[in-house]
Each structure stands twice: as structure tokens, then as C-alpha cells.
Design a protein around this ligand. Structure first.
Ligand code: MG
Length: 411
């Protein structure tokens, strides 16, 4: 049998407007959650975690029960953040000591940790930190990249590597707490551990006074030290404590065991696959639109011009670029009423090289004009000297226009 007495306090501190920490303690469970996220969302996240853990642990006071409850809290925070835009990005740390019952019926304290809230054990005035912080700087200490002294002032010491609400799968440290009657445990948020040195925490937490007095002294000391964050502390003292038959110390992921984890993985994979497919479809669509636009522009360019050419001895109007554009070849629009032979020699040479015109009508007019020049150049016609450029023969152009009009019964 394990029994403890407890006391707790939480305080907004001197700088923050809100207290986003949430705490709960009773005869069987102690929880501290330090919420984070704008618009009071951190308060929501820490509250969800504490309420769910407390409720679930009373229904199922085992290691598995608590692990499941932490997983549920994580899912619920994520679901709430998705459903409520102001809660986007919210999360919380959670540190729990529960008196868990094992298969043999033994009830022993077990610690669960996600984030950088802490559990210290106090015995004979000495302080020992039982939990490991899941912050970038502390992970680097464990990897040997930083010394504990460097980590204590490192700019990334507050950047968490694990939280509830961050990822659908969360890793939870679980460890049996080996205690003796008279031992105290202090659970606290970083608003307390950042403000006070280990020596001060040890002295105040193990002071031979009532638990509530000790807790209040800790919170007050953190306020006096600056109170830059919300401050929470729970102190429990064991009257009786069992030792677990097989102590646990491991980190487990809330990703489910094999069968279920496969489905989690596959659902993730299918989400990735969906995202992948969606992106591919978008990319291909954009590519096709670009290709389509290019083809339209080419088509427009290819058929934006007209020219006069020789179609088996008849002057014809063609639409398109004389040499074509890629696979857009020029097409004959119409024959004119004039034979190539009814053009003056230089005009026949010009026609052989094609004569560009901006529109169909301009093409017809110019063909008539050239034909008119030829007629004027014929011996039967007295004025054979009219060889001026087209722009100077307005009268002639009028004549030929009329002529063209009357000779276009098929147009
Ligand atoms: Mg905090």
C-alpha cells in the first residue's frame, strides 16, 4: 500500500496576465500541466490534460490506464485546436505521478513526463531531479553537445521537443518512483524551477513544516525571484510506500502497438499520399494550362497575318505565316478574280515572294490594286506611266475597291 499527503499552489506570477498552468492532486494522482499558445489557448490545453488524466486515472489506475489517458489528452488537444482557430498551435507539458496498481495488486508511484515540467525527490534534505526536460538544450546535454551549465543559459532551453498537442504521436517517459516513507516529491512547472536554484528548492521543499506552508514558501520565493512565468507546485509526502516488483523506466510512444500502429502509419502514409497526389494534380494542371496558353498564343500568331500568293496561276489570299509556325501551316482563304499573269513583271516577282497584308480585305484590295496597275500599263490604255506606290494612288485604290467588290460574287 502506498499513501501520501499533499499540498498544492499555483500562481500567475508577476509578468503574465493569465495562469496557463493547471494542476490537480488528490490521494492517488498529482498532475502539473504548463500550457502554451496564444489567446488563452494554453489554459485550454493544460485544463484538458489535467481533467482528462484525473478522470481517466480514477477509472483505470494503472500504468496502461495513465498512458492511454495521456494519449487521449494529446488527441483531444489536437482535435480542439483543429476545431477552434484561436486554439491553433496550443499545447501543454504534463508531469504526473500516479499511484498505479500492477498485476499483483501492488500500488506504487509511477512518474509520467512530457515536456519540461519537473519532478524532484527530496530525501533527508537532498534534492534529486527524477524527470528529464524535453527541451532542445537538455536533449543536447544528453547528447553531450552542451554541458548542464551551458544548457542553463542556452537560448533554446525553453524550446520544447515534446508536448501534448504537438504531434499525433507523443513520446512519454515513464518511470517507477522508488521512495521511502518520509520522502517528498515536488512536481512543478518551469516558472518555479527557472526562478529558483536547486539549493533554494531543496531547502524550502524539505523544510520541516506543514506541506502547504512549504508549497506556499516555494511559490512566494519564485515570485520574489522575478515571477516571470506562471508558478505551480505540488508537494506530496509519503506516509507509506510500496516498492514495485519490477521497476519501470522507459519511454513509450503513444503510437499504438503493432496492429494499430500499422493503421496509424498507413493512415499517415495515405495522408501523405493524398497530399502528394493533390500536389501532382495541381502541378500537372498548371503545366497543362501553361502548355494550352502557349499553344493558343502560337495559334494566334500563326494565323494573325494574311498574304497574297500564287495558286496555280491565280492570285490567292492565304492566312498564316508564309513559312508556317511549327505545325500551323498557312491555309488558302480565297482565290481572287485575277491571274498572276495579269500583273506587271515586278509585281509577279513580289507575289512569288508573297506579299504580306494585315487583313483579308486589305489583301483583296491590294490584289485589285496590282491588277489595276497592270491594266493601266497595257498598251490599250493611254496612261502607262502610273507606276507610283500604292499610297499615292488613292483614286485608283477606290476604283479597284469597287472593282474588287463587284468581282467577289463568291466572297
Ligand atoms: Mg511555464
Amino acid at each position: 500500500m502506498t499513501r501520501w499527503r499533499y499540498a498544492a499552489a499555483t500562481d500567475t506570477g508577476l509578468v503574465r496576465d493569465l495562469n496557463e498552468d493547471a494542476i490537480f492532486v488528490d490521494d492517488v494522482i498529482a498532475v502539473v500541466a504548463d500550457g502554451m499558445g496564444g489567446h488563452a489557448a494554453g489554459e485550454v490545453a493544460s485544463q484538458i490534460a489535467v481533467e482528462l488524466l484525473e478522470e481517466q486515472f480514477h477509472l483505470r489506475p494503472s500504468v496502461e490506464g495513465l498512458a492511454t489517458a495521456i494519449e487521449q489528452a494529446n488527441s483531444r488537444i489536437i482535435a480542439d485546436a483543429r476545431a477552434t482557430p484561436e486554439h491553433f498551435g496550443m499545447g501543454t507539458t504534463v508531469i504526473v505521478v500516479g499511484l498505479t496498481e500492477d498485476a499483483t495488486g501492488a500500488i506504487t508511484p509511477t512518474l509520467f513526463n512530457v515536456g519540461d515540467s519537473r519532478v524532484y525527490q527530496l530525501r533527508d534534505g537532498a534534492l534529486r531531479q527524477l524527470s528529464e526536460d524535453h527541451s532542445v538544450a537538455e536533449e543536447w546535454v544528453r547528447m553531450g553537445r552542451l554541458t548542464p551549465e551551458e544548457a542553463a543559459v542556452h537560448p533554446r532551453r525553453h524550446q520544447l521537443t515534446r508536448t501534448l498537442g504537438g504531434d499525433e504521436s507523443v513520446e512519454v517517459d515513464v518511470a517507477s518512483v522508488i521512495a521511502r516513507p518520509g520522502d517528498r516529491l515536488l512536481l512543478c512547472s518551469d516558472g518555479l524551477s527557472n526562478e529558483l536554484s536547486a539549493e533554494v528548492i531543496a531547502e524550502l521543499a524539505s523544510a520541516p513544516v506543514a506541506l502547504q506552508e512549504a508549497v506556499d514558501a516555494l511559490v512566494e520565493a519564485a515570485r520574489r525571484a522575478g515571477g516571470r512565468d506562471n508558478i505551480s507546485a505540488i508537494l506530496v509526502e509519503f506516509d507509506e510506500v510500496d516498492e514495485p516488483l519490477t521497476p519501470i523506466r522507459r519511454t513509450f510512444s503513444t503510437a499504438r502497438p503493432p496492429s494499430a500502429s500499422t493503421s496509424v502509419t498507413s493512415s499517415r502514409r495515405s495522408r501523405t499520399h493524398q497530399r502528394f497526389t493533390w500536389r501532382v494534380v495541381l502541378a500537372v494542371s498548371l503545366f497543362l494550362v501553361a502548355i494550352g496558353a502557349g499553344v493558343l498564343v502560337l495559334h494566334w500568331y500563326a494565323y494573325s497575318a494574311y498574304y497574297l500568293g500564287d495558286d496555280n496561276g491565280i492570285i490567292a489570299v492565304y492566312q498564316g505565316q508564309p513559312s508556317g509556325v511549327l505545325w500551323f501551316k498557312p491555309v488558302k482563304v480565297t482565290d481572287t478574280a485575277y491571274a498572276v499573269a495579269q500583273l506587271r513583271a515586278p509585281d509577279q516577282r513580289a507575289l512569288a515572294a508573297t506579299i504580306a497584308e494585315p487583313t483579308l480585305l486589305a489583301s483583296l484590295h491590294y490584289a485589285a490594286y496590282l491588277h489595276g496597275l497592270w491594266r493601266l500599263s497595257q498598251p490599250a490604255t493611254p496612261s502607262t506611266t502610273t507606276t507610283g506606290p500604292r499610297s499615292t494612288t488613292t483614286t485608283l485604290a477606290h476604283t479597284t475597291t469597287r472593282h474588287t467588290t463587284t468581282t467577289r460574287p463568291t466572297g
